[in-house]
Design a binder for this molecule. Structure first.
Ligand code: CMC
Length: 470
């Protein structure tokens, strides 16, 4: 079956305008489905011609960013689904939290540019902003900081729960399990229909996920768990829980605390990325918030997402020295190889990742402070960056360094093992996941997430007894 195009109003050939890009599903196979065009009479609808029927779909505008076509009635009206692997042209929800303009390299939390938040505020202020929608007043900030600080301890039995893991367990495996297990320890905040319980669960996770993360680290290095210290700020407390030992004083380096706080701020949210979408999908079934965040952590673990900084560092170690870079770049460009330049490229940013710029500055500051300025790995990183920013292959594909390229080097210099990098990302992203989850629960249009498919398997056939099979 072939469907006719309505396409008289917009040119179908040539580079599409941003508006057309937003309303024209590029992944469609034209043999299956017709093209969508803006309706001349009503600029806020698009028409889709299916056979001799013309269907109109509303075009929705956000406060900023491309318009979207509301195709929720597509199946009912046409008997067809959309096909968009990787959801590259699909908006899955309405959100007021984070905005990214990937072409311009802009990232806004609740309208505020990430650069301004990272420069002037602290991570807990960003947490408040993401959760409540506005920056806190001084009194609100003091109250919020105090509430987070006074909920950082975890149930003492969690420590025994940890004993079940192998000492060499990857800390992300421990995080998936221990954050999921919070539901077993805090039943009194798992009723998602109670706004008070939702907020209690949210505060508990912002406060306790760092404690679990530090415990995951301590467990793998065989050191005793360090309890949270209420006199310390969020980042300093995390450093203390990771690096203090009971037998001597641990002095917190303010440069490290500042860098960690900024890393947390930069990673706090990133709209509908893979792990956030996972949290939303998990939550859409009514699952409890601890289970949803555990699902997000599982997704974040992958090397194409949160695992990229660990992968970037492994890549730098593999390259080893600057003279080996050309050989590596040749492998990256080879169509027959699957090697990628880790820490480069982004699904959304087709410009310099604004977080990477801030992270690059922090990286240099931390390396100067720790005396790692001459680290061969850093030399390889800087040379790779230079080559990739000028090499035709990367320039043409708009592959810029992303935040993970620098965060890995910074975290290594701060003393974190590579296996902890994604864990730190999870600590930071917890607030983003929770804010997005809460927004979804409060959305009156919320439905269980249930995508459809293009089935290309066998058609119906009859069962054949085993002795009759050829
Ligand atoms: N190195 C080499 N080539 C690349 C890379 C890379 N890192 N990324 C994309 N390409 C090429 C790819 O081979 C393709 O080339 P061609 O057109 O010749 O087939 C083209 O660029 C487009 O690639 P794509 O896979 O369609 O792009 P995508 O938007 O689906 O992928 C990505 C985004 C992040 C998965 C990818 O860039 C990648 O794998 N990067 C390395 C992993 C990484 O650093 N991930 C962290 C992302 S930022 C953290 C976060 O927000 O979670």
């Amino acid at each position: 079956m072939r469907y006719a195009f309505a396409g008289t109003l917009l040119p179908l050939a040539g580079p599409p305008s941003p508006r057309l890009l937003a309303v024209r599903p590029t992944a469609f196979n034209n043999d299956l489905i017709g093209d969508m065009t803006m309706d001349a009479k009503s600029p806020k609808t698009v028409a889709l011609n299916v056979g001799d029927k013309s269907l109109n779909f509303p075009v929705l505008s956000g406060t900023v960013g491309p318009d979207v076509v509301d195709i929720s009635k597509l199946y009912a009206q046409s008997g067809m689904f959309t096909y968009d692997p990787g959801f590259t042209s699909t908006g899955s929800c309405e959100s007021k939290i984070t905005y990214i303009d990937g072409d311009a390299g802009i990232l806004l939390y609740r309208g505020y540019p990430i650069e301004q938040l990272a420069e002037n505020g602290d991570f807990l202020e960003t947490c408040y902003l993401l959760l409540y929608g506005e920056l806190p007043t001084a009194a609100q900030k003091a109250d919020f900081d105090s509430r987070v600080t006074h909920h950082t301890m975890v149930h003492e039995q969690m420590a025994r729960f940890f004993q079940g893991f192998r000492r060499d367990a990857h800390p992300m495996a421990v995080m998936v399990a221990s954050v999921g297990a919070l539901a077993a320890f805090y039943h009194d905040s798992t009723d998602i229909n109670d706004p008070h319980q939702r907020m209690v669960a949210s505060m508990r996770m912002i406060a306790k996920v760092p404690t679990l993360a530090a415990m995951a680290y301590k467990y793998t290095v065989g050191q005793p768990f360090i309890y949270p210290k209420n006199s310390l700020d969020f980042a300093s407390n995390f450093l203390n829980m990771c690096f203090a030992v009971p037998c001597e004083d641990y002095k917190i380096n303010p440069v490290m605390a500042e860098a960690l706080d900024k890393i947390f701020t930069l990673h706090a949210d990133h709209e509908q990325n893979a792990s956030t979408s996972t949290v939303r999908i998990a939550g859409s079934s009514g699952a409890n918030p601890f289970a949803c965040i555990a699902a997000g952590i599982a997704c974040l673990w992958g090397p194409a997402h949160g695992g990229a900084n660990e992968a970037a560092l492994a890549m730098l170690a593999e390259i080893g020295t600057v003279d080996k870079i050309p050989e590596f770049i040749a492998k990256v460009k080879d169509k027959n190889s699957t090697v990628r330049l880790m820490g480069f490229g982004h699904r959304v940013y087709k410009n310099y990742d604004p977080r990477a710029k801030i992270m690059q500055q922090m990286c240099h500051k931390v390396l100067a402070e720790t005396g790692h300025g001459n680290d061969p790995m850093l030399k390889v990183a800087l040379e790779l960056e230079k080559i990739a920013l000028h090499d035709e292959y990367f320039v043409q594909r708009k592959l810029y360094p992303n935040v993970d390229f620098y965060s890995g080097i910074t975290l290594k210099a701060m003393g974190f093992p590579t296996s902890m990098f994604t864990v730190l990302f999870a600590v930071a992203r917890t607030v983003g996941w929770i804010s997005q989850w809460s927004e979804m629960i409060e959305d009156p249009n919320q439905k269980i997430g249930r995508p459809r498919q293009l089935y290309t398997g066998k058609t119906q056939r009859d069962y054949v007894a085993v002795d009759k099979r050829k």
